[in-house]
Design a protein around this ligand. Structure first.
Ligand SMILES: [Zn+2]
Length: 379
């Protein structure tokens, strides 16, 4: 591990340069051409390292980049399946963000849109693999899968991620660390929408003929919010609501969008049943409820704990303490963990401000974390 750390320190400048090139290539999820340009950059870098590169072309989203590094020397250890390194190249930042959030090094950090989430993580993965290639330590196949739609729900990349994950022994997710910790559990995420149809009426002349959709919605909001169970870590949050048109009209329509977070896979069906059983208080109002759990939770499984313990002991060899953490946020690791593939998350950069103006990565953690990633890939 010490040799890997020395190697990672030697490569820190080139790691930062790789990250900077990726950040300068702005790649919002909703611009296919922009994300594809960033995909092309990463693909060229991987080809230079001798990887096999395959593009899963998409019509409306950026392409999905599948990079395979064959073991060297060519004889792999008996029957070891590949390890999947999972990341994404899209960001939440629109084109032109660099003008107000320049990519630069200051105060021991690399700043800029998409640094922490997660272009530095991608650069760390490429650097870790380069270290192993140079030291002849790549003893099993590594698949680096980079998608272009993570920030908008991974709807097109999910099946690709799942089918590759099924062929792998373990999944390492390159999302940022939680503070300094790796992530061993993530909540599942669901989205529901509630539409209320009432009866419009003049608020003065025909008040009693009206069925107020906003009032009905307000009652429903109180009901669904009451399903929150903080002790269990289950939350139901109404995030957007609207209704009506003018104050002197009893409103005929109102709607709300609801964010649901669940700690356990089994919670999904339970909460879905509750939404399906919602009934109007005012019988003249009609409720339409749509939605589902779209990211299953990443539960703290035995396989994940085993990976975490392995990482913790390698980190100790490197001279630092590695904690584990859980989070309410989702990642593509939710999908692979739900398939039963041991998944360890938060293996990318350490920093602050994902999706925020102060997005940045702490440079002093780059070399140790890259060495740790390399150590985990040796397995
Ligand atoms: Zn991310």
């Amino acid at each position: 591990m010490r040799a890997l750390l020395a190697g990672a320190r030697r490569k820190q400048t080139s790691l930062l340069e790789t990250a900077r090139r990726l950040v300068l290539c702005e790649s919002p999820s909703d611009s296919k051409s922009a994300v594809d340009a960033c995909v092309a950059l990463a693909a060229a870098h991987a080809r230079n390292l001798g990887a096999r590169v395959r593009l899963h072309r998409q019509r409306n989203f950026g392409d999905i980049l599948e990079i395979r590094f064959a073991p060297r020397p060519a004889k792999p250890r008996a029957q070891s399946k590949p390890i999947l390194l999972l990341g994404h190249l899209d960001t939440v930042w629109p084109i032109g963000t660099l003008a107000s959030m320049p990519c630069r090094i200051r105060d021991g950090r690399l700043w800029g849109p998409g640094t922490l989430d997660m272009k530095v993580g991608v650069a760390m993965a490429l650097t870790a693999i380069e270290l192993l290639l140079e030291a002849n330590l790549l003893r099993r196949e590594i698949v680096l899968l980079l998608n272009s739609d993570e920030e908008i729900g991974s709807s097109v990349s999910r099946p690709v991620t799942e089918s590759i994950a099924r062929t792998c022994d373990a999944v390492f997710v390159l999302e940022p660390a939680q503070g300094l910790a790796y992530k061993t559990a993530r909540k599942g995420i669901g989205n529901w929408r509630i539409d209320v149809e009432g009866i419009a009426a003049h608020a003065g002349v025909d008040f009693a003929k009206g069925a107020n959709a906003i009032r009905e919605l307000a009652r429903v909001i109180v009901t669904v919010s009451g399903w929150t169970d903080l002790k269990r870590g289950l939350t139901v949050s109404v995030g957007v609501a609207s209704g009506g048109s003018k104050s002197n009209i009893v409103p005929a329509s109102a709607w709300a969008e609801v964010d649901v977070r669940i700690p356990r896979i089994a919670d999904g069906a339970r909460i879905a049943r509750k939404f399906a059983s919602l009934k109007p208080h005012d019988q003249r109002c009609k409720l339409t409820v749509t939605g589902e759990i779209n990211r299953p939770p990443m539960e703290r499984s035995r396989g994940t704990i085993r990976l975490y313990r392995q990482a913790r002991s390698l980190a100790a060899e490197l001279g630092f303490t590695l904690d584990e953490a859980s989070t309410g946020g989702g990642s593509d690791g939710n999908f692979t963990a739900a398939l039963g593939i041991p998944t360890l998350d938060g293996m990318g950069a350490v920093g602050e401000g994902a999706h925020a103006k102060h997005e940045s990565v702490v440079i002093e953690h780059l070399a140790p974390r890259t060495a740790l990633l390399a150590g985990m890939l040796i397995g």
